[in-house]
Design a binder for this molecule. Sequence first.
Ligand code: FNR
Length: 381
Amino acid sequence: MTIITTIEDLRVLARKRVPRMFYDYADAGSWTESTYRANSDDFAKIKFRQRVAVNLVDRTTRTTMVGQEVAMPVALAPTGLTGMQHADGEILAARAAERFGVPFTLSTMSICSIEDVAAHTTKPFWFQLYVMKDREFINRLIDRAKAARCSALVLTLDLQVLGQRHKDIRNGMTAPPKMTLANIVNLMTKPRWCMGILRTPRRGFGNIVGHASDVSDMSSLSAWTSQQFDPALSWADVEWIKQRWGGKLIIKGIMDAEDARLAANSGADALIVSNHGGRQLDGAQSSIGALPAIVEAVGKRIEVHMDGGVRSGQDVIRALALGAKGVYIGRPFLYGLGAMGEQGVTKCLEIIRNELDLTMAFCGLRDVNDVDKRILLPGTF
Ligand code: FNR
C-alpha cells in the first residue's frame, strides 16, 4: 500500500491513475510555466521565527471566510473539468469539503452540474461564475446557484482570453477527449479511471450543455473559450452581477493594487489575489509576491484571500501572516481526487490542517486568528 504523507505523494499517485491528457490539463501552467513555478517557489523563501516554552494546549484552526465558519481558512478553488480527474469528481470533492468543514467552490466549467452537487450535499457550497457573452445564460446560472442555496458567488475576472498551455495543445485536449492513438493507448493503462467514467452518466459540461445556446461539446478548449467568454467584460458587469446575485460576492483574479481598489469599490465582500495558478499570464508575479501590496491597498475595506502555489499547511500560514484571511487550493485537491477519489481529497485536507496546526505551534501560537507578520523572519518576505 502506498503511504501518503504529503501533497507531493498525492500528485505522484494521481499521475499514475489519471489519463495523461487530464493529468496534464490539471498540472500544467501557461507558456514557459515561470509564474506557475514562482507561485510555489516564492513561498519557500519565507522563513518562520521558531518560539519555545509557550503554552500550546487547546489549539484551533477554526475561523471564518466571508463571515462563514470554516474548520481552517482553506477553501477548494474552482477548477474546470474536475469530473475528468475522477468520475463524479465535483460531487466527491464537495462531499469531502463538507465533511471537513471547508468551502467547496463549483466551477462554471464543471462536469457535475450545480443541481448534481446540490443533490449530493447537505450544506451550501460556493459557485464560481465566468462571464460569457450570452447574458441571459449568466442570469440563468445565477438563478440556478441561488436555487441550489449556494452561499457565495466567486466571480472570476482573469479569463477574458485563455492562456496558452502547450501540453493541452500537444495532447489534443478536448471534451469529450479526442481519440488519437496515443490517447487510446494511454487510456488502456488507466482501467480504474475508465471504469468510473463509463459507470457515471455525468461526462459533459453539466452547467452548460443544454443550457447555453448551441453548445453541445467543447471541441478545442481555446477556440471554444474565445467563442463563449466575453473579452468586453468590464466593472459595469460586476455591478449588475452583484445586483442580480444579492449575496456574498468574491472577486477572483486580482494581481494589481489598482484593480484591488476597484474590486473594493464594487462592494464585493472579498477578493482573491490570484494568477489562476500560473495558467493565464505567464511572466506575472507570484500570488504570494503580489499579496502584501494588495493587503496594504484594501485590507482594511475588504477580505483579501489568495491562491496559487499553496502546497502545504506551512504555505497557508505564510499567506495568513502576510494578511490573507483565507487561501484556496486548486491542484492539491485535484491530485487527491485523481489519486484516491473522495478519500484523497479528505487526505489532502488532513495533511494541510496537520501542517498548519504544527507550524502554528512551532511559532508559539494556539489560535489561527492570531497569526500575523510577527511569526515571520524579517528580511525573508
Ligand atoms: C483552475 N482554475 C480555475 N479558476 C476559475 O476561476 N475557474 C475555473 O474553472 C478554473 N479552472 C481550473 C482548472 C484547473 C485544472 C486548475 C489547476 C485551475 C484556477 C484555480 O481556481 C486556482 O486559481 C488555482 O488552481 C490556484 O493555484 P494552485 O492551488 O492550483 O497552485
